[in-house]
Unconditional design. Sequence first.
Length: 208
Amino acid sequence: MAHMHGQRGLHCERWIVRAGDEDAAFTVEEETMEKMEKSLDSVKRNFGTVRTGRASPSMLDRIVVEYYGAPTPLQQIANVTTPEASLLVIQPYDISAIPDIERAIQGSDLDLTPNNDGKVIRLQVPPLTAERRKEMTKVTSKMGEEGKVAVRNIRRDAMKSIEKLEKDGDIGEDGRKNLEDVVQKLTDDYVKQIDALMKAKSDELTKV
């Protein structure tokens, strides 16, 4: 019997050979999809932190501030806006944190110089130089490859789970083969999505 299951725009065909296979197969498929989706989201977030020639609040997502002696993500202690295409404005909830925030920005790889008026911090985002564009393209490529490795590691773990299900008698040989096909299709789909994100980010960085 053919059983269709779709989530987040993905449609995977699953063939159930025995009635007892369904719960075990469904669990492996759902867990694999959920983990791969998290890996994809992680790549998206990481790409958002890569500086392009245009200001974006997500550029500061990886900034961690030493706030009262505790490493604290910037977004937890300040609001970030982009009033202009090349300007970031950071409004700390506690203005005494301004020096700590500036130190964190200066110690990052953003290559931006913070200026403050005692109330807010302004970051002017200049156009990227050709050298910086090339450097950032390499960074995004590395992030994308790490995302694809994560997806393939999830595939490997799923295949081990499927083997165990067959060994324990929870699924038959046909059930194992079909479930392996489902996991491979998921893997191929998520790798393609990451490749598409890498190309889009690369195109964005190479635009002058």
